[in-house]
Design a protein around this ligand. Structure first.
Ligand code: MTE
Ligand code: MO
Length: 349
C-alpha cells in the first residue's frame, strides 16, 4: 500500500476520534451513544494502519544517521497515539481507581497531546492525496481489508469482556462505572476545577430568576420547598471522570419557576449560575424539564453535593449539573462565556 494512503487513513481516523471524543461530552445521552461507539471503534481501528506505519518508518528511527530535527516530533506523536489508545482501553476495561486524577484524565491529556502533535506533524509533512494513491485492485483490497480488520477490534473486545466477565462488561455506554445508586449523601463528590465554596447560609441565600422574563423572582429556600411546588425525578449523574450514580431527586421543576416568572418570546436558553461563578446553560425546552433539587433520597443535599440547590439535568454529563445554584438567567442567545467560567470559577474568592 502507498504510504500516503496509510497516512491519510490515519489522519482521517484521528480526526474522527477527536471529534467524537468531544461530542461524547456535549451531546445528550441518546445522541451520545452512537458517537461514543464510533469513538471506541475508530480508536481501536486506528491501531492497524498505525502498526503498518510503524513498520514502514522503523528504519528512520533505529538508524541514527536517518534522524533529522523532525524525528523527535514524530516520536512524540507516536507516544501520544499509543498512550491515547492504551489509556482509553485501560480506563474503560480495567478496574482502575476512580480518584483524581484517574485514567480518564490521562486519556484526555494524551488525546490533547495527540491532536497538537498531529497538527504539527501534518503541517511539516503535508502531501495532498492523489488518485494514484488508490490505484490498482490489490492496493484497494488491502486498504479495505485493513479497515475491515480494524472495525472488528471493538466487537472482539466486547465479546472478550462478556466471555471473561471483565470489568468493562459492566460499564455504562459512556465508559463510566457504577458508583452505587440511591445512596444520597454517600454519592461520590466531584468538583471540576477550583470550586471549594464555604457552606452556604440558607437564611441569607436567595435564588433569583432573571433575564428574559416578565417578572424577575427572588425566592427563599422555604419557597422552593413548598409541597405544591416540588416534584421528584429519578436521574443518573454520569461524570466525565468516569462514574455514574442514580438518585431520586426532589425539588422544583425549572419549567414551574419559568412559568411563574413569565418567559419572554425572545428566550432561547436558560443559564444556571453557581454562587462560585461556575455556570452552564440548556436550551429552553430542555431546561423546563430539568430540576432544581434541594433533596436526594428524601434527605437534604449535603454541602459538597451543592446545598442548598443544584441542577439535575437528565441525560446530560455531570459537569453540567451546576451545584450551589444562586441564579437562573433566561437568555436570548447562547452563552460561550460558560466555557471559560467552568475552568476559572472558584479562583476569585
Ligand atoms: N458549581 C459547580 N458545580 C459543579 C461542579 C463544580 O466544580 N462546581 N462539578 C461538576 C461535575 S464535573 C460533576 S461530575 C458534578 C458532580 O456532582 P457531585 O459532586 O454532587 O457528585 O457536579 C458538577 N457541578
Ligand atoms: Mo464531572
Amino acid at each position: 500500500m502507498r504510504p500516503r494512503l496509510v497516512d491519510w487513513t490515519l489522519f482521517v481516523l484521528a480526526g474522527l476520534v477527536a471529534a467524537s471524543g468531544f461530542g461524547a461530552w456535549l451531546l445528550l445521552d441518546a445522541q451520545a451513544a452512537p458517537v461514543i461507539a464510533i469513538h471506541a471503534a475508530a480508536g481501536l481501528a486506528i491501531l492497524v494502519p498505525l502498526a503498518w506505519k510503524f513498520r514502514r518508518v522503523r528504519p528512520r528511527i533505529t538508524r541514527a544517521s536517518a534522524w533529522d530535527w523532525r524525528t523527535p516530533l514524530s516520536l512524540f506523536t507516536a507516544i501520544a497515539a499509543i498512550g491515547s489508545v492504551a489509556t482509553g482501553v485501560f480506563w474503560t476495561h480495567a478496574q482502575a481507581p476512580t480518584g483524581y486524577p484517574n485514567g480518564m484524565h490521562l486519556h484526555i491529556v494524551f488525546g490533547i497531546a495527540l491532536i497538537v502533535s498531529i497538527v504539527l506533524h501534518v503541517t511539516l509533512r503535508f502531501k495532498l492525496p492523489s488518485r494514484r494513491d488508490l490505484q490498482g485492485r490489490r492496493d484497494a483490497l488491502r486498504w479495505l481489508g485493513m479497515l475491515g480488520f480494524g472495525a472488528l477490534l471493538l466487537p472482539a473486545q466486547h465479546v472478550a469482556n462478556h466471555a471473561l466477565n471483565l470489568p468493562g462488561a459492566q460499564r455504562r455506554f459512556t465508559g463510566s462505572r457504577g458508583a452505587g445508586d440511591d445512596t444520597g449523601p454517600a454519592m461520590p463528590i466531584t468538583n471540576w476545577m477550583f470550586d471549594r465554596p464555604a457552606p452556604i447560609d440558607v437564611t441569607t441565600w436567595r435564588l433569583t430568576v432573571r433575564g428574559a422574563v416578565e417578572r424577575p423572582l427572588t425566592l427563599t429556600i422555604d419557597d422552593l420547598q413548598r409541597d405544591d411546588w416540588t416534584t421528584t425525578l429519578r436521574a443518573t449523574l454520569d461524570c466525565t471522570g468516569g462514574w455514574h450514580s442514580t438518585q431520586d431527586w426532589r425539588g422544583v421543576r425549572v419549567g414551574n419557576l419559568l412559568d411563574r416568572a413569565g418567559v419572554r418570546p425572545a428566550a432561547r436558553f436558560v443559564s444556571f449560575v453557581s454562587v462560585t461563578g461556575y455556570r452552564w446553560s440548556l436550551p429552553l425546552d430542555e431546561a423546563r424539564e430539568a430540576l432544581l433539587a434541594t433533596h436526594y433520597e428524601d434527605v437534604p443535599l449535603e454541602h459538597w453535593h451543592g446545598a442548598p440547590l443544584r441542577l439535575v439535568a437528565p441525560g446530560r454529563r455531570g459537569f453540567m449539573w451546576v451545584k450551589w445554584v444562586g441564579e437562573v438567567v433566561v437568555l436570548a442567545e447562547p452563552d460561550p462565556g460558560q466555557w471559560i467560567a467552568i475552568f476559572t470559577s472558584g479562583l476569585s474568592g
